[in-house]
Write a protein that binds this ligand. Structure first.
Ligand code: ITT
Length: 203
């Protein structure tokens, strides 16, 4: 079976490819099909935006399409930037996480709780739709640390591990992240609902 991974975000792609690697599917990227246009994310929830992206790419390609809408929810900002995380500030990832650190400059250690959330949407050409969700809890650090990952990873500190998300290897992040949790459930959906086989020797 072919499956289109409906994202233009390179960080997400790098993570999704190994997360789906245990399944007997041929993964395609929008670029492989010449589908380079960004889809306007006009929803106000992760769920809506994940479905908007997956529906659009399923319609354009005629293939099952899997999209991910995700973001960082900061308690001291009443859940912002949340669904608007990619658009929190104009510029690159570093500009955005520095803007976040600035906004939280006066927020004390005990009040810096945050979580990453990922909504994954699978849309099939016959119209069936499946959604899964994953969450990963942490706190916002005072300084960025680490080079791995993408987005807000350098400022997302996990107290029980004593490191930021950007200090984890790709394999470690893919064991505990919000995306990994949504992906595990999505693999179950693909096996159960679509009869996709797990490849031998893999989970
Ligand atoms: P696509 O819509 O093409 O998938 P996007 O970057 O626009 O790419 P989203 O609208 O879902 O995707 O925005 C997600 C943003 O949330 C992303 O740009 C990061 O800033 C942040 N984010 C999501 N997952 C993250 C992660 O694992 N680590 C760090 N930041 C993350």
């Amino acid at each position: 079976m072919q499956l289109l991974l409906a994202t233009h975000n390179r960080g997400k792609r790098r993570e999704w490819l190994p997360l789906l690697a245990g399944l007997d599917i041929e993964l395609l990227l929008p670029d492989d099909l010449g589908l380079t246009d960004e889809i306007a994310e006009t929803g106000t929830t992760y769920r809506e935006n994940a479905l908007i992206k997956a529906r659009a790419l399923a319609a354009l390609s005629g293939l099952p399409a899997l999209a991910d809408d995700s973001g960082l929810e900061v308690d001291a900002l009443e859940g912002a930037p949340g669904v608007y995380s990619a658009r929190y500030h104009l510029g690159d990832d570093a500009v955005r996480y520095r803007a976040l650190l600035k906004a939280l400059a006066d927020v004390p250690e005990g009040a810096r709780g945050a979580r990453f959330r990922c909504l994954a949407a699978l849309v099939l050409p016959d119209g069936r739709e499946f959604l899964t969700e994953g969450v990963c809890e942490g706190v916002i650090a005072f300084e960025p640390c680490g080079e791995a990952g993408f987005g807000y990873d350098p400022v997302f500190y996990m107290p029980e591990r004593g490191v930021t998300m950007a200090q984890l290897s790709a394999e470690e992040k893919n064991r505990i992240s919000h995306r990994a949790r949504a992906a595990q459930q999505m693999c179950e959906v693909l096996v159960r609902e679509l009869g996709v086989r797990r490849e031998e020797g893999r989970e």
